[in-house]
Design a protein around this ligand. Structure first.
Ligand code: IVH
Length: 705
């Protein structure tokens, strides 16, 4: 018996010694080891469970448990880890997310400088690079490593005795920002080097790589931002940089960031002889290394690689802007050295981007639904990669200052990631002296109210909730297809109704008459009648559509659905307190306070009253107060034959119950399908009611066949 325990617990020898000091041998065997083993098993189980929920919440946007439940699991794990710190603690989920938001980033001096790369734009330049190196090194041929050049942002990671201790952005190459806590949220980044036996783990190493966002999750993130009234990111690189540079690491954790590692800086204790060996070792240690990296024998093979990867570029799940060639032999790299900030031994070979030159005729400022001011360049129309472009977002004032963009400038623009065109750079040689600097207005271009820039935000905002630009946008949003779906009420008509003072807010739409509409310019009898009809048709909206239509900050379509399902009526939602809101899966404190503030604002209360007076009655939904499964909690184990888990979860929740992934004292039922797992044993030993799939279906009122 003792032998068996000893074998299982070999890893935890130290504890046994520690226990030995305080307990007698028999006590250790009987109670100490049992408790220890139990705790260590529990730690392993909790880590797995939390990792699973991290993925559901942060990456798949589909959490299965409430925040409160998640916090409870995390606390439990933390407590156990405090009592029994083990070898794997460095890579435990407790180390990834959870630090408090920072006031600002600390700066970080890179132990060895982070260099940048010289660029080549043609095959001739690539051949020239190789000839130069051969000449300098006095050799006939050089072999290279060819790597895709990802378009993200470079980071430097410090590992001490195998543990990730610090991570920073490149900054100016000498000093960057300490983004350790944010880097830890990238699940593919090992917090501890895996000892794969391929190479001893160094006491200190700087590992370099690129943080990036894949195209598909990038578009999804942008869709969500637009939905929630926020500015979309111009391209995946900005999205990756913006996400990594968040002071609150919980926000970073929700962003789909990835990382590839491609090099090292200072290293103590071990040596490498080729760059290929570095990459192989990094991969063996558990770091993500791009699978398209190849050893290439000479420069002709490099050019073939450049063309081959170029042809596959569109089918890659992430954006690359070129390839990087690096001399494979590290001693040759050292001999070649650097020229200013570029290593002589590496070259970035760039693919041509869809870019064009044009002139900025003016810079306008747009006011969005949430009051954000966005400067927009109005340009001479130009064809960029097959699309005519005449407007480009300049994002914010900082961006304009950074790129020194002036009205009248000739600029290079590009369509990055097929999204919104952006200004890459100004061509200063084309300046005539007549160009005008842009200044962000001090007051809102629409309502003259003061413009505010909140601390920590790059955006300027008009904070007047009655700002006409915001209100017009707000009315357009209210009437849009995914909200109240009022046919015929688009951007132009929303603005016209507002400007002619026929309406001041969305509720006024319901007091419009055909006669009033006919007073408008170019308003035909038939279309006036159609609009009145479609407004009338929208009077009994689904509750979630109505909540979404209200345009509450951070409440997109999905959140609106969750709110409708949980609160069932506008009355209940208006009454909800912060804690009632945060008790809903996926709703955090920021969304919750935005909702509470919205319903406390006097103007909004008046608008809500007007809706009632007009007879706008969102349809109520049944909720948990009078439903059969209120307060009942379910756990599933094994495969169900008749119904998927997602469907089962939806039904349970619609009947007021909850679904959890692990069995606790609070579990009411464990539902067993085919081939149940350890949850069944746990249920048995804890005396929790176990029901079959058939019994479950009966319980939720479904027929079984
Ligand atoms: S090597 C001295 N390898 O490109 C070596 N850089 O223009 C410096 N990049 O700052 C970097 N993929 O952000 C290297 N496979 C790769 C890369 C890569 C992307 C970025 C990196 C760097 C920039 C240089």
């Amino acid at each position: 018996m003792l032998k068996l325990y000893a074998a299982t617990l070999k890893k935890y020898k130290l504890y046994l010694i520690a226990f030995d000091l305080t307990l007698t041998q028999t006590e250790v065997n009987i109670s100490g080891m049992n408790k220890l083993e139990e705790s260590l098993n529990k730690i392993a189980e909790l880590r797995k469970t939390i990792e699973y929920h991290n993925k559901r919440y942060y990456q798949q946007d589909a959490p299965e448990i409430s925040d409160a439940e998640y916090d409870r699991l995390m606390r439990q794990l933390q407590e156990l880890e405090n009592q029994y710190p083990d070898d794997d603690i460095a890579s435990s989920p407790t180390q990834r997310v959870g630090a408090a938001p920072l006031a600002k980033f600390a700066s970080f001096s890179h132990p060895s400088a982070m260099l940048s790369l010289a660029n080549a734009f043609s095959n001739d330049e690539i051949i020239e690079f190789d000839s130069r190196l051969k000449r300098l090194a006095g050799v006939d041929s050089i072999s290279y490593i060819a790597e895709p050049k990802l378009d993200g942002l470079a980071v430097n990671l410090i590992y001490e005795n195998g543990l990730f201790t610090k991570g920073a952005t490149r900054g100016d190459g000498a000093t960057g920002e300490d983004v350790t806590q944010n880097l830890k949220t990238i699940s593919s980044l090992p917090l501890k080097i895996k000892n794969a036996g391929n190479k001893a783990i160094p006491s200190f190493i700087e590992i370099r790589g690129e943080v990036y966002m894949e195209s598909e999750p990038f578009h999804k993130l942008n869709r969500r931002r637009i939905d929630e009234g926020e500015e979309p990111f111009a391209n995946p690189r900005n999205a990756a940089a913006g996400s990594l540079r968040q002071l609150d690491s919980k926000i970073t954790a929700r962003r789909p960031l990835n990382i590839f590692l491609y090099g090292i800086g200072n290293i103590h204790g071990i040596n490498f002889s080729t760059h290929w060996e570095v990459l192989q070792t990094l991969s063996g240690w558990g770091f993500p290394v791009n699978k398209f990296i190849e050893r290439v024998q000479d420069i002709n093979a490099c050019i073939r690689y450049f063309e081959h990867i170029g042809a596959r570029r569109k089918s890659l799940p992430y954006e690359i802007d070129g390839i990087v060639l690096k001399v494979n032999d590290l001693s040759l790299q050292e001999t070649l050295g650097n020229v200013s900030r570029n290593p002589r031994w590496a070259l970035a070979c760039k693919y041509p981007a869809a870019q064009e030159t044009t002139i900025i005729k003016n810079i306008e400022v747009q006011v969005g639904r949430m009051g954000t001011l966005t400067p927009v360049a109005i340009m001479e129309p130009v064809n960029v990669g097959g699309v005519m472009v005449s407007r480009a977002t300049l994002h914010n004032e900082d961006e304009i200052i950074k790129k020194d963009i002036r009205i009248g400038d000739t600029v290079v623009i590009q369509r990055a990631g097929d999204v919104i065109p952006e200004v890459v750079k100004v061509i200063p040689e084309k300046r005539t002296g007549k160009e005008k600097k842009f200044k962000m207005p001090k007051t809102c271009p629409e309502c003259n109210s003061e413009i505010v820039r909140f601390e920590g935000e790059v955006a300027h905002r008009c904070v007047n909730i009655s700002c006409p630009a915001q209100l017009k946008e707000h009315i357009r949003h209210f009437a849009s297809r995914s909200a109240m779906d009022i046919e015929g009420l688009g951007e132009r008509l929303s603005a016209q109704l507002f400007d002619t003072k026929l309406i001041a807010d969305p509720a006024d739409l319901y007091f419009l008459t055909k006669d009033k509409l006919l007073e408008l310019d170019r308003q035909a009898d038939k279309s006036a009648q159609n609009l009145i009809d479609s407004i009338a048709r929208s009077k009994k909206p689904q509750l979630d559509k109505f909540i979404y239509a209200l345009g509450i900050r951070h409440v997109g379509e999905r959140t609106a659905k969750l709110l409708a399902a949980r609160f069932g009526s506008m009355e209940n939602l208006i009454k909800a307190k912060i804690e009632d809101l945060t008790a809903v899966n996926e709703i955090g404190p920021e969304i919750a306070s935005s909702i509470v503030e919205f319903f406390h604002e006097g103007k909004n209360i008046d608008v809500m009253k007007k809706f009632s007076k007009a007879g706008v009655i969102p349809q109520k939904k049944e909720v948990s107060n009078n439903v059969p499964l209120a307060g009942k909690s379910f756990v599933f184990t094994g495969t169900m034959e008749g119904m998927g888990r997602t469907a089962a979860k939806e039904i349970i929740e619609s009947l007021g119950g909850t679904v959890h992934s692990s069995v606790t004292k609070k579990t009411t039922y464990v539902v067993t399908g085919d081939d149940p797992g350890s949850k069944l044993d746990k249920a048995k030993s804890s005396g929790i009611k176990i029901i079959s799939e058939k019994e479950f279906l009966k319980l939720i009122g479904r027929k079984t066949s």
